[in-house]
Design a protein around this ligand. Structure first.
Ligand SMILES: [Zn+2]
Length: 85
């Protein structure tokens, strides 16, 4: 799963294999298969997530309210960790 696409769907990688988490609603989605779309799965498992709803409407906010900029976990670091193990 492409990290950029996940980020575009409001998701980021956790430390658990291929499980990603929404920074807004906290839903976790894993076991990605080909053809799955991050946003679609996000909405499927968390239909009431405001962030997923906004994304689904095609109206992506530049930044949400006064939420400070935070980059939860860098996928690149995760890859490096996996490679070194
Ligand atoms: Zn969400």
């Amino acid at each position: 799963m492409d990290a950029n696409k996940l980020a575009a769907a409001g998701l980021y990688f956790t430390n658990k294999t291929d499980i990603v988490r929404c920074a807004f609603c906290g839903v976790e989605v894993g076991y990605w298969e080909n053809g799955q779309y991050a946003l679609k799965e996000h909405q499927r498992w968390s239909p009431f997530c405001e962030f997923a709803k906004v994304l689904g409407a095609g109206n992506i906010p530049i930044r949400s309210n006064d939420e400070p900029e935070k980059s939860p976990e860098q996928p690149t670091e995760m890859c490096a960790a996996l490679n070194s193990s």
